[in-house]
Design a protein around this ligand. Structure first.
Ligand code: HEM
Length: 213
């Protein structure tokens, strides 16, 4: 990533990366709401999001495939920035300082902090499990090929992974709103020098080392 053309701003996400992220995010929200509608009668009213019960049952699995494919592309773009290193262990030991906004007590953070990286791996674990279990319980096309025990276990795996991912994404959205300036990174693509210096100092230094070459 190079410093953006506009003075005082650094490019954090290209248009392609942002489009990819928002396709995953929008499909995730639709999937979570329609999935909850299918999960329990008390939440069936959420099926209105996709146009009623029948449409929910038809569209939910196809949306799942769309989300999985776009998520794989997102992982290919970002995985190398999410490798855990020695600094991340120190960062995790200082989780209390993170929550208390004492960032001066933390080691310099690279492109992503340890919390973001762990969430990334939660997504990487849950997404394939959701897809595989989802295929087994996709009645119209695939369920007939599996014994009932496998279908039952898959329904449980699907629910557990969906629950873990919904909790994880709630934390992800909360963190995006809590760290002021992060949402602009994913909408406009840029962050200010101040944001990068405060939250991702090692990445800030790296951007300028590369920019100055
Ligand atoms: C639904 C609302 C969502 C919002 C408001 C949101 C917001 C954001 C923001 C602001 C960033 C930039 C953070 C930074 O650069 O430090 C980001 C990054 C990212 N988001 Fe989201 N996001 C949402 C949903 C999702 C979903 C559903 C997924 C995947 C399941 C996802 C996966 C990612 C990934 C992989 C990154 C890059 C961080 C990393 O690689 O560790 N996001 N998101």
């Amino acid at each position: 990533m190079k410093p953006a053309d506009r003075p005082g701003l650094i490019l954090r996400y290209t248009a392609g990366e942002r489009t990819n992220h928002w396709i995953v995010a929008i499909s995730f929200v639709l999937l979570a709401l329609s999935g909850l509608a299918l999960f329990h009668p008390s939440m069936f009213w959420l099926s209105n999001v996709l146009g009623g019960g029948t449409w929910t049952r038809i569209l939910h699995p196809f949306l799942g495939v769309l989300m999985f494919v776009s998520f794989v592309l997102l992982v290919l773009r970002f995985w190398r920035h999410n490798m855990l290193n020695a600094n991340d262990r120190v960062w995790l030991r200082h989780a209390g300082d993170v929550l208390a906004n004492h960032e001066e007590a933390l080691p310099e953070v690279g492109r992503y902090n340890a919390g973001q990286k762990l969430l990334f791996f939660l997504m990487v674990l849950c997404m394939p499990l959701l897809l595989l279990s989802g295929i087994v319980i996709w009645r119209v096309y695939f369920s007939a090929y599996f014994p009932i025990e496998v279908i039952r276990v898959s329904a449980v795996v699907h629910a557990i992974c969906a629950f873990a991912l919904i909790c994880g994404i709630i934390v992800h959205i909360y963190a995006a709103l809590w760290v002021k300036g992060s949402v602009a990174a994913m909408t406009r693509g840029t962050v200010t020098y101040g944001w990068a210096w405060k939250h991702h100092r090692a990445w800030f230094r790296e951007v300028f080392r590369q920019g100055n070459k």
